[in-house]
Design a protein around this ligand. Structure first.
Ligand SMILES: *Cc1c(COP(=O)(O)O)cnc(C)c1O
Length: 394
């Protein structure tokens, strides 16, 4: 079994490019060029230099001593929370802005739900002096004022999507419409391992710097480059894809993907795609997604905005169906508890998304001294208001 994408753009049964005819030239241009461009020495030099000098890579692989003692295992945290802008998303937007430049694009569009990907995109557009347009649902704009302000400070134009439920999927529709109307000068930066081929593979490759670094760092600390398990939360699945990437075909390494159970898998308010999803098409790829019997996409729910997505990328759908990945879902309450526990044990305030990955140790038992790497996808500053309300900290 191979867990990387195949030539046709599929991970097992999942993936592909299910797009309107009019989008075909844009996606095809990218498909024909992305691997060649990524392999050019020039591109790699610029990419690596920006990751080092601008993002602050390599991020530490931190041995969480007190956390480890509590569970009787060895837990290492991959500190993506220390990336510039506070999360892993910037690894991908740096890669894609360079890709856009190599393809001669002058204008960048993106869609955003909670605003984190919008901020990461606006950041790299400012860095490169490119025009940036971010589509965002009207309701999300009202809910995520600080991120809207950040995007504006960074020079982006935020355009409200006013159709449908006025949230992420409507913003995505607007972005696709824009791309169809501006096929030659515009690049569409997608923020996770979702969308039509080649996006899932391209984004996974940009994020794969995470597991590339883990291998080197673990070799130094443990004398072997692979852990017993690698754990990451999954919204669309980009931080997880990056953390798993160099271990996908190494079956000695257990892969654990953590989804948001929201208020509980059976409450109708969750984002636990592996448990609840069925095969369907979303954002141009065939994957698992939460839908009604007649194929309408179900509105997802999670206390963490970044996991509040009705599908998973095709790589993760394949990891789930093939059994290569173990999927665990964690409720809001358990995630919040785990987030606070990391604060108290290690002095690190995690993003609520990452707190889901930290929460598995209460129920999932490991062998004594197992080496477990948890990808700490982001820092909790953006979630302070949610923490304040939840724990009544005001
Ligand atoms: C956006 C985000 C996620 C979820 O996105 P993936 O593509 O699944 O990684 C997870 N953690 C943080 C901190 C985020 O900002």
């Amino acid at each position: 079994m191979n867990y990387n994408v195949d030539e046709k753009g599929y991970y097992g049964d999942f993936g592909g490019a299910y797009i309107p005819e009019m989008l075909y030239p844009n996606v095809e241009e990218l498909r024909q060029n992305y691997l060649r461009i990524m392999q050019e020495t020039d591109f790699q030099k610029e990419f690596q230099e920006l990751l080092r000098e601008y993002v602050g890579r390599p991020t530490p692989l931190y041995f969480a001593k007190r956390f480890s003692e509590k569970y009787g295992i060895k837990v290492y945290l991959k500190r993506e929370d220390l990336c510039h802008t506070g999360a892993h998303k910037v690894n991908n937007t740096i890669g894609q802005i360079l890709m856009a430049q190599k393809l001669g694009k002058k204008r960048i569009i993106a869609e955003t739900g909670a605003g984190q990907h919008g901020v990461a995109t606006a950041t790299v557009c400012a860095l490169m002096g490119l025009e940036c347009i971010v589509y965002m649902g009207e309701i999300d704009i009202a809910r995520q004022a600080p991120n809207v302000a950040r995007m504006k400070m960074l020079g982006a134009t935020v355009i409200p999507a006013t159709s449908g439920s006025k949230t992420l999927k409507d913003a995505t529709n607007e972005a696709i419409r824009d791309w169809i109307n501006n096929p030659t000068d515009t690049h569409y930066i997608i923020g996770s391992v979702v969308g039509p081929h080649p996006y899932p593979d391209m984004v996974a490759r940009f994020q794969s710097v995470i597991s590339q670094e883990i291998k080197l760092q673990l070799q130094e600390k443990e004398g072997r480059d692979s852990p017993d398990y690698v754990v990451a939360c999954v919204g669309g699945g980009s931080n997880a894809a990056g953390a798993f990437f160099h271990y996908l075909n190494d079956e000695k390494v257990g892969i654990i993907a953590v989804e948001a159970a929201g208020k509980g898998i059976d409450t109708g308010e969750s984002a636990a795609t592996s448990a609840l999803g069925r095969e369907g098409i979303i954002h141009g790829s065939k994957t698992l997604l939460m839908q009604t019997d007649d194929g309408q996409i179900t509105e997802p729910y999670s206390i963490s905005a970044g996991l509040d997505y009705p599908g998973v990328g095709p790589m993760h759908a394949h990891l789930f169906r093939s059994g290569r990945g173990e999927f665990i879902s964690i409720t809001d309450d358990d995630a919040m508890k785990a987030g606070l526990q990391l604060c108290e044990l290690e002095g690190i305030i995690p993003a609520i998304e990452s707190s889901h990955a930290l929460a598995i140790f209460e129920d999932r038992k490991f062998k004594k001294d197992d080496v477990v790497v948890v990808n700490l996808s982001g820092r909790g500053d953006k979630d302070l208001n949610t923490y304040i309300k939840y724990f009544d900290l005001a």
